[in-house]
Write a protein that binds this ligand. Structure first.
Ligand code: HGY
Ligand code: MN
Ligand code: MN
Length: 412
């Protein structure tokens, strides 16, 4: 029975972790950055050294393939993959595991000359973490990117996507050419760390994902009045930051109360203007993120949040600007792919359980154009999006072998 080489996979994971490595551990490798582009070049070299066809599309997606040099409806490919970009101060497995385990599975299949009727490919999708716009590369590939918005896509620190792409040698005007031909993908399966505590606490080695949360991000800015921080009487202050703070606290209560138990909310970006200690903040701006597996609940929370923002501003006698930034819909994973994962687990004698993904993933875009699914392995302490994110190597080996057999099953 074909089996991956953990030594080779581990060596690649530890090498990729060096691109953007932080002195205290973990990694910062945001898409299109110099360290990301060095990692892209390294990955292309590894794909070629593994004997696979290698190419990059105009949206910066990297591909490796066995049995094809491009995507086409005449030979629908079974596709796996994930991303090599990271959040700032992230871990070494989020995304990297799925790309490198996919490469390892395809290399093992090629070396073992394991039979597969369909071509097999692995992808490293651009900017999954959404520094400029979430799930960018897989949205482009799946024809779900609003090309008219590419020009305006900007990171929270103000860097424009078009400038970052140009610096990395890509022409942003060609992104639309990355759209895959209809029918080019026969199935998609992605291996990823769970990034949460459920599998580890249940002591179950493999998660078969049945749905993936939708994520909505909205910029909310409360606009009051700058004033002298010392001389302005307290009752006369129109403080944009305090309004934002009240909104953030009440939005959390709202989601806990009306979110159905599986919805979550976060405020990870806050900006105060003018932002110096001796001026009452005129403007308090935040990015409000809502997530949930159920579309109606998510839409309801969005509406309630907008009403809350207006109520807080009115009560404080200030203005509020509400600007939706991005919204992904919850995705249902393919029953066929879930069954193929469970068949692989049965073949390998590995217990599995079904669960929803509380993180967003590229698979939710692939679910729009093909049968898509995900395999999860446990995260130590449920830790992710932090430098000490890690999984046991035997969990990584199990996940990669389940991926290998799932791919063979889907490509049979
Ligand atoms: O934010 C997410 O859900 C994913 O890790 N990009
Ligand atoms: Mn992530
Ligand atoms: Mn990820």
């Amino acid at each position: 029975m074909a089996a991956i080489s953990l030594a080779r996979l581990r060596s690649r994971v530890e090498t990729l972790a060096r691109f953007g490595a932080l002195s205290g551990g973990g990694v910062t490798r945001t898409c299109w950055s110099p360290q990301h582009e060095e990692a892209r070049a390294w990955l292309l070299g590894e794909i070629r050294a593994a004997g696979l066809e290698a190419w990059v599309d105009p949206a910066g997606n990297v591909f490796g393939a066995v049995g094809t040099r491009a995507f086409g409806a005449d030979a629908p490919a079974v596709l796996t993959g994930s991303h090599i970009d990271t959040v700032p101060e992230g871990g070494i497995l989020d995304g990297a595991l799925g790309v490198l385990a996919g490469l390892e599975a395809l290399q093992t299949i090629r070396e073992a000359q394991a039979p597969h009727r369909r071509p097999l490919a692995v992808a490293a999708w651009s900017d999954e973490e959404g520094r400029y716009g979430s799930l960018f590369g897989s949205r482009a590939f799946c024809g779900r990117l609003d090309l008219t918005r590419v020009e305006a896509m900007t990171a929270v620190d103000g860097e424009r996507l078009v400038d970052a792409m140009a610096r990395a040698g890509f022409d942003p005007r060609r992104v639309g050419e990355a759209t895959a031909p209809a029918g080019a993908v026969a199935a998609y399966v992605e291996l990823h760390i769970e990034q949460g505590p459920r599998l580890e606490e249940a002591r179950i080695p493999i998660g078969v994902v049945d749905s993936i949360v939708g994520v909505r991000r909205t910029r909310v800015a409360f606009v009051g009045q700058a004033d002298h921080a010392g001389t302005t009487p307290m009752e006369r202050r129109r403080d944009g930051f305090l309004a934002a703070a009240e909104y953030a606290l009440k939005a959390r209560e709202l989601v806990v109360k009306h979110g159905g138990g599986k919805s979550v909310t976060n405020v990870g970006v806050v900006r105060v203007h003018p932002g110096v200690t001796n001026i009452v903040p005129a403007r308090g701006e935040l990015v409000h993120e809502l997530r949930g597996p159920d579309p109606e609940t998510l839409a309801g929370l969005d509406r309630r949040s907008v009403s809350l923002a207006r109520r807080v501003a009115r009560r404080r006698g200030i203005d509020v600007e509400i600007q939706p930034m991005s919204a992904t819909e919850p995705a249902i994973c393919s029953a066929r792919v879930q069954a193929a994962i469970e068949q692989a687990c049965a073949t390998l004698g590995i217990p599995s359980t079904r669960l929803y993904s509380a993180a967003g993933h590229d698979a939710q875009n692939l679910a729009a154009i093909t049968d898509a699914g995900m395999i999860f392995i446990p995260s130590k302490g449920g830790r992710s999006h932090r430098v000490d994110e890690m999984s046991d190597w035997d969990a990584i080996e199990r996940g990669a072998n389940v991926l290998l057999h799932t791919l063979l099953g889907l490509a049979a």
